[in-house]
Design a protein. Structure first.
Length: 332
């Protein structure tokens, strides 16, 4: 008997089962692998651009603040440098004031000694000596520091230039006070500067009465009196001689200065010889004394010329006109 064989089917149920399970496994794997949403590249790019802009703005802000801080730091450094310079300047001024104080203390002691000697000289001018003086017996005249103290009228001529006013003014006032103390009572006083300008215009060409109150006014006014000056004694001396020469009066000029900037020493001497003639006894109508302050000699040697010229002029001028030139060794 012939056995019939079943025909083989191309797709059997078992095969379909295998295929179905395989697809199910793949789908399951895909589901397991999906952990988040898909990344959107364009949005990410935009977000990064915003962050960069924020960082750039912060960078610009930091740079601006850095510039401001650097500017403030430089200003502080400049201010600190100015303070250092100011401290150094104040230290120099302090040292100068200390030196000046020491000099004033020393000068005060010297002035006291000179004042005592001058007062003693005045006391020793007896009536007999005064009579001898009127007879031109100058050998009997009392001198203190080489300066006669027999005048009845005094004219102070002061160099009011910047160098004197800035550096030697207090010293000059001390010297003037010392000179006034030597003359406790005179018949007249006058104050003018080296240009011939009067301190008190209402007394121009006239004598100021000598009183204690008037002397105090003169000293007080002198502390701030600073008219223009050309640093030359010529105009003041000539003006004083022309305004106050009088054969019947004993007049002395006291010049205080530190330099001569005029053109010719000999020309000044010739002019003064002409306007200040001598009397029958050979005395000049007006005595001329001078006190030189060594302000210019604090400068380098090449800048001391005008101080040397003043000393040269005043030595000759005072010698020819019955007076004395005193050169100080300190102007502080």
């Amino acid at each position: 008997m012939r056995i019939k064989r079943r025909a083989y089917e191309t797709f059997s149920i078992s095969f379909l089962d295998v295929i179905t399970c395989g697809f199910g496994a793949i789908i399951l794997l895909l589901m397991i692998a999906k952990t988040g949403k898909p990344v959107i590249l364009e949005a990410s790019h935009q977000d990064l651009g915003g962050i960069v802009r924020n960082l750039q703005e912060q960078l610009f802000q930091i740079r601006g603040e850095s510039t401001i801080l650097n500017r403030e730091l430089n200003a502080r450094k400049e201010q600190l440098s100015e303070w250092d310079l100011r401290v150094a300047r104040l230290n120099r001024e302090l040292a100068s004031l200390k030196d000046r104080l020491a000099g004033l203390e020393q000068q005060s002691a010297v002035n006291t000694i000179v004042k005592d000697k001058l007062e003693l000289a005045l006391q020793s001018l007896t009536e007999e000596m005064q009579r001898l003086l009127s007879q031109n017996n100058e050998k009997q005249t009392e001198f203190i520091g080489g300066i006669p103290v027999d005048s009845e009228y005094i004219v102070f001529i002061i160099d009011t230039s910047g160098s004197m006013f800035q550096y030697a003014w207090n010293k000059m006032i001390d010297q003037l006070i010392t000179t006034l103390d030597v003359y406790p009572k005179v018949k007249g006083i006058q104050i003018m500067n080296d240009m011939g300008d009067y301190m008190f215009s209402e007394y121009r060409g006239k004598w100021i009465p000598d009183t204690p109150g008037r002397r105090r006014i003169i000293i007080d006014r002198l502390r701030t009196w600073n008219p223009f000056s050309n640093s030359s004694p010529v105009e003041g001396i000539i003006q004083a001689i022309r305004d106050f020469h009088d054969p019947s009066q004993k007049v002395s000029l006291y010049y205080y200065g530190d330099e001569f900037t005029g053109r010719s020493i000999q020309e000044v001497i010739n002019i003064v010889d002409r306007i200040n003639p001598r009397d029958a006894q050979g005395k000049p109508m007006v005595r001329i004394h001078a006190v030189g302050f060594p302000v210019q000699f604090a400068n380098p040697r090449q800048l001391q010329f005008t101080g040397i010229r003043l000393a040269t002029l005043m030595r000759e001028l005072t010698h020819r006109n019955g007076g004395t030139f005193v050169g100080l060794n300190d102007f502080r």
